[in-house]
Design a protein around this ligand. Structure first.
Ligand code: FAD
Length: 500
């Protein structure tokens, strides 16, 4: 049985591997010249600029996600870096009792608990409850849910779920708590401000933050040395080793449909390619409204497209610098306030700057040098996409101005940045949209926000269309590699149940 897959990002590649292993004959159509989609890095001069991974869920050999990744690549051959401090956040208004303005988010839970209690003994009960949430999340990893789609779970798996009751209890206890509402419960002003700033000033459910902390502590969310492209390439190699074929520089325009049955794809160059099953692992909005012309929708899908249930995960402005110093005296990842708010050309107001120094990955720069990445969320990705389409000169000027301003802020903070720049690269939402087709330049699909309990908004099939399936980071709110992988794994099981 022949299966055509649109998109060679992590989801398309993973699905390809799972299906090849199950004996299907698959091929991937990828519009770009390399595999990986958003999980990408690129060379400029002596430097490799990374556009994606800070952490990969499942980097420790004990976890369920490690087991899943291991079906796709040799995880034991990758060196993962596990940082002691996830991020150092400089506050604007408050200091701790020693006059220190920087809050350190430790990845070791015991250390984090001791640190929080030292700062704010008066908040003992609230701190303890937060730490308990992290510990419970860590204990119950829900392996049956990760391994199998619900239909495939055995009675024993389901009985096993009883032991997850403490997790369920914690889930309901915290389901409406955000970092902002939690901060209100704290008496200590330093800690209050730190919690408000934990997600870059946005309000999100506290579990969205507690979850990664649970994984960091177990060393299950490490950074893969070599970066994103190298990680994705390993999966692409595995896919080809399994007999899969990737057609690069091959952009799909439409999905061919006859009598409500998907028959294959029509490429932008006019070629028709036929298959028994067609899967899209490309952008959700493109798939439903362009490739299928909005013909297979229901009310739920239309509401989703009007952003009634979920917001799109913001896009990113990414300023990457190749510098002639290693800046090892600084934390690898830090945020700090700026004196005066800055309004970017797209209208986003920034009052803080974030910098990521890759001095822990020597493979990205020559010895003694490093890469610094400064990334900034924007909800107005369409501004950059439209500007690039309508006025290239103005677009280039605006992104250069943005980068210059942000580099100035960093230079004022740590010094020596401007003088040591050898290479500079600026990606905007237009870059992400152009290279990967993601709607509005989204970097992780849907934004979970406060909406943690909502079920997955995108299903693997579309109403009224046979022999068509969908998978990507848009399938599970929050996106990221785990969503791309898990949705591909589930889909491989769904296809093999329906088409043996
Ligand atoms: C700055 C940044 C930081 C991130 N950090 C992390 C992190 O630390 N950890 C983490 O887990 N995740 C992170 N992510 C998110 C993660 O990269 C994505 O969620 C994930 O890679 C999405 O994979 P995907 O396969 O679902 O989609 P995509 O990567 O978007 O893949 C879709 C593929 O389809 C192709 N395509 C699209 N349209 C067509 C067409 N018409 N014809 C043919 N091919 C087409 C695209 O070229 C692309 O290759 C980050 C992302 C960014 C941008």
């Amino acid at each position: 049985m022949k299966i055509g897959i649109i998109g060679g990002g992590i989801s398309g590649l993973s699905l390809g591997c799972f299906l090849q292993t199950r004996g299907y004959d698959t091929e991937i159509f990828e519009s770009h010249s390399i595999a990986g989609g958003l999980c990408s890095s690129w060379r400029k001069g002596d430097f490799i600029f990374d556009g994606c991974l800070h952490w990969v869920l499942g980097s420790d050999s004990g976890s369920s996600f490690y087991k899943l990744w291991s079906e796709l690549l040799d995880m034991s051959s990758i060196e993962f870096v596990n940082h002691d401090i996830r991020v150092a956040i400089e506050l604007k208004d408050n200091t701790d009792k020693n006059g220190n303005k920087v809050f350190l988010l430790y990845t070791n839970i015991d250390k984090l608990e001791t640190y929080l209690l030292e700062i704010a003994p008066e908040d003992r009960a609230v701190i303890r409850s937060f730490v308990k949430l992290i510990r419970v999340m860590q204990k119950y990893e829900l392996p049956p849910m990760i391994d199998n789609i619900p239909r495939l779970q055995t009675l024993r798996d389901k009985m096993d779920m009883i032991k997850y009751l403490p997790f369920v209890f914690q889930f309901f206890r915290w389901k409406n708590e955000t970092n902002f509402s939690f901060a209100k419960k704290l008496k200590n002003p330093f800690l209050k401000e730190a919690f408000e700033l934990l997600f870059d000033g946005d309000e999100v459910n506290l579990m969205v933050m507690a979850m990664p902390l649970a994984f960091y502590d177990k060393k299950s969310a490490g950074y893969p040395v070599g970066g994103s492209a190298s990680f994705a390439r390993r999966i692409a190699d595995k896919y080809e080793d399994l007999g899969g074929k990737i057609h690069f520089n091959t952009q799909v325009d439409k999905i061919l449909v006859e009598n409500n049955i998907a028959k294959g794809v029509l490429l932008c160059d006019g070629t028709s390619l036929f298959s028994d099953i067609t899967v899209s692992a490309a952008d959700w909005h493109f798939t439903v409204f362009n490739a299928l012309e909005g013909k297979f929708v229901n009310r739920k899908i239309l509401e989703l497209a009007k952003l009634k249930k979920f917001e799109v995960f913001p896009s990113v402005m990414l300023v990457s610098l190749g510098v002639s110093r290693d800046f090892k005296e600084h934390q690898h990842f830090f945020r700090f306030p700026i004196e005066q708010d800055y309004t970017s050309p797209d209208g986003t107001l920034y009052n803080r700057v974030e910098a990521h120094i890759y001095h822990y990955d020597p493979s990205l720069a020559p010895e003694g040098k490093t890469v610094i990445a400064m990334s900034f969320y924007t909800k107005n990705g369409e501004f950059w996409i439209n500007l690039r389409n309508s006025n290239r000169e103005e677009y280039n000027k605006s992104k250069a101005l943005f980068a210059e301003t942000m580099v100035d802020f960093l230079d004022q903070k740590i010094g020596g940045v401007k003088d040591s720049i050898e290479e500079i690269d600026v990606s905007t939402p237009a870059t992400y949209q152009r290279y990967t087709g993601n709607w509005k330049g989204s970097v992780q699909g849907w934004f979970p926000g406060k909406n943690l309990l909502a079920s997955s908004p995108v299903s693997a099939t579309l109403p009224g269309l046979k022999n068509f399936y969908y998978t990507s980071h848009w399938s599970i709110p929050g996106g990221g590699l785990p969503s791309a992988l898990k949705s591909a794994h589930d889909l491989a099981q769904i296809i093999s149940l329906a088409h043996t």
